[in-house]
Design a protein around this ligand. Structure first.
Ligand code: GCB
Length: 614
């Protein structure tokens, strides 16, 4: 009897911990200059809409049953005897390029939502036998189950944030095979949820690489100017490994004459606080970056890093203490010329180059974390950024798992980009409805963002409303407005909300004493389609809307920035109108062919001439 209870308890324990058995390692930051080897390139793939490579005929996951047989794809069974029954073969299957969405690499996959299996073989020789090895994924949309050499490493949920697994004990010098099941099915409880206005690109959409580090290494560090201070660098360093206590960590910024050592505690953590008076602060006019090196034992991390302050005071946004107007534009993570997901440094240069051409100094990376190159290139080019998590429209507000999912996406993007001077905002969502459970959800995310990083501004793209007695009087009544540092809202007056002439009648009554950013406005136009200013989808309609909207917005006394919707046309299944849309949202200022529409020049002209009355 006692034994039976014990056995029961044992199984309960296994069940309770099984979610954590296969778990990711904490995220490694500063991966750019570490010792890495790319796993990008061609990966074999198998399309598996019924997930028969994952579940047996009783719908049990092969990787959880005692006798998986030869069915589970993760084992990569290969026929060795002529009588062997194996109904798949990765090596004879076609290949997809990684990084890259699958939708645009195989005609059958344009609208595909489901599971695809990826496989790559590789050899890997360690530099040093005591070193530790991780496999790092920039992103996989949406759920990834990862296996190395037939062993499950874990599962990651969320399509736009990085994750890594330690493989030190599994990786071999030769003959490794990594298999990833990627599933991009949309789900009600997911983040984002079922309905969005962008393409559900699936696959291993960002870089995949091997990272090799010493036994004890710098897993994470944060070094930025302390909130409201121009002469104290502060943050922390976190080591991972065996000998964590009392390790000296050296922080070296030669150009600023900084050489400073901190000692870790028994958990391998150390606080950083360094006084300095020699820093040239980062700004769009002078995007100064310093070589920052951290050394702990045998580990070295080195990154180009800028330092600046960002804060608000009354209706001002203050960059390095000076009022600034954010001349921005929204961006989706697409290379419009290829018509697919953007993933490279070159893509980032092209996209942010257009922001510069627009005379912009700011970009809103909508509506999910973009790849890590964006913030690095923005650092170099001097473009301030708004980064966002996909808490979009109709999230499952009362579901705790959904909240935890949103929270970990927030944590991961902050972990990845917190040392980038270009990033000045963390946004916790877009156009979420003003209902009770959502307020708790959103304010908890705001609290989390502040806890992780108190040096940046927090916002969310809210909505505005017309008063019942007079629809032309526009107000922000959302209680979330009290929790954000900057009041940002979207408005589509002239497109979804009357015609552009209506802009002249609008009266803004914004009671909140906070800077205001118009996080979206816009109109659809097919590049090359011309007509009068009242004909929808013409460049003239869009141009007129931009003129009238900007005239209207400058009357808002607290206006401190605009990010119209959007830099480039982008793919969206919500947009089927033949000839005009054909699956593209046409609110871009730049077309599918890379041509600028008339409204591009209206905005450019506005940004060139607008000066903040200080
Ligand atoms: C919005 C959304 C954005 C859409 C846009 C549109 O308010 O935030 O994701 O794509 O409107 O084009 O309707």
């Amino acid at each position: 009897m006692k034994n039976a209870i014990f056995i029961k308890l044992f199984f309960v324990l296994i069940f309770v911990t099984s979610e954590n058995l296969f778990c990711q390692s904490p995220l490694i930051t500063g991966t750019i200059k570490r010792k890495t080897e790319t796993l990008n390139g061609k990966w074999h793939y198998i399309i598996d809409p019924y997930e028969s490579g994952f579940y047996n005929y009783r719908y049990q996951p092969y990787d959880e049953v005692e006798h998986p047989g030869s069915g589970g794809y993760y084992k990569n069974f290969i026929q060795t005897d002529k009588s062997d029954l194996i109904e798949y073969n990765f090596d004879k299957s076609p290949t997809l390029l990684v990084p890259g969405d699958w939708n645009t690499q195989d005609e059958r996959l344009l609208y595909y939502e489901g599971t695809i299996w990826y496989k790559k073989s590789f050899d890997y020789l360690k530099d040093n036998s005591s070193n530790r090895i991780f496999i790092y994924f920039g992103a996989a949309n949406y759920q990834a189950d990862v296996y190395l050499n037939g062993k499950k490493l874990g599962r990651h949920i969320g399509g736009f944030t990085p994750f890594n697994f330690e493989v030190t004990d599994i990786i071999k010098d030769t003959g490794n095979f990594i298999i990833v099941k990627v599933d991009n099915k949309r789900k009600r409880e997911a983040v984002p949820t079922l309905n969005t206005d962008w393409w559900n690109y699936g696959g291993l959409t960002r870089d995949v690489k091997i990272i090799e580090v010493p036994e004890t290494f710098i897993r994470d560090y944060f070094i930025q100017l302390k909130r409201d201070s121009k002469d104290i660098l502060s943050g922390y360093v976190k080591l991972d490994g065996n000998n964590l206590n009392n390790v000296p960590v050296e922080i070296h910024i030669p150009e600023a004459g900084i050489k400073h050592t901190v000692q870790t505690n028994e958990k391998g953590n150390a606080e950083i606080e360094i006084r300095t008076s020699k820093l040239t602060l980062w700004s769009p006019e002078n995007p100064k970056l310093y070589d920052v090196t951290l050394k702990a034992g045998q580990d070295i991390v080195n990154e180009k890093t800028g330092f600046r302050t960002i804060s608000t005071g009354g209706k001002e946004i203050l960059l390095n203490g000076q009022p600034v107007f954010l001349k921005g534009i929204c961006i989706h993570e697409e290379n419009v010329l290829r018509g697919n997901r953007a993933y490279s440094k070159e893509d980032a240069r092209m996209i942010l180059g257009w922001v510069k051409e627009l005379s912009g100094n700011f970009a809103r990376l909508a509506h999910y974390p973009h790849n890590g190159y964006m913030a690095r290139v923005a650092d170099e080019m001097g473009i301030m950024l708004w980064e966002e998590i996909p808490v979009y429209w109709t999230i499952d507000w009362e579901n705790e798992k959904t909240f935890n999912n949103a929270k970990s996406q927030l944590k991961d993007v902050i972990t990845r980009d917190k040392n980038r001077a270009s990033v000045i905002f963390w946004s916790v969502g877009n156009e979420t409805p003003v209902i009770e459970p959502r307020l708790k959800f959103m304010t908890s995310l705001i609290a989390e963002a502040k806890k992780l990083d108190n040096t940046r501004l927090i916002s969310a793209a809210l909505e505005q409303h017309g008063l019942e007695e007079d629809r032309n009087i526009r107000v922000i009544t959302d209680p979330l407005a009290d929790y954000v540092d900057v009041l940002s809202f979207n408005e589509y007056i002239g497109w979804y909300d009357g015609l552009p002439d209506n802009c002249e009648n609008i009266i803004w009554k914004i009671e909140q004493d906070k800077p205001v950013i118009i996080s979206e406005f816009g109109a659809g136009a097919l590049q090359g389609f011309h007509g009068d200013r009242l004909t929808r989808w013409t460049e003239e309609f869009q141009e007129d809307l931009y003129r009238k909207t900007l005239d209207m917005l400058v009357k808002i006394p607290q206006l401190r920035g605009t990010t119209p919707w959007i830099l480039c046309d982008f793919r969206s299944p919500r947009r089927p109108l033949p000839v005009i849309q054909d699956g593209w949202n046409r609110k871009g200022l730049i077309s599918q062919t890379g041509n600028k529409k008339k409204a591009f020049y209206v905005l450019k002209n506005f940004y060139n001439n607008f000066e903040l009355n200080k």
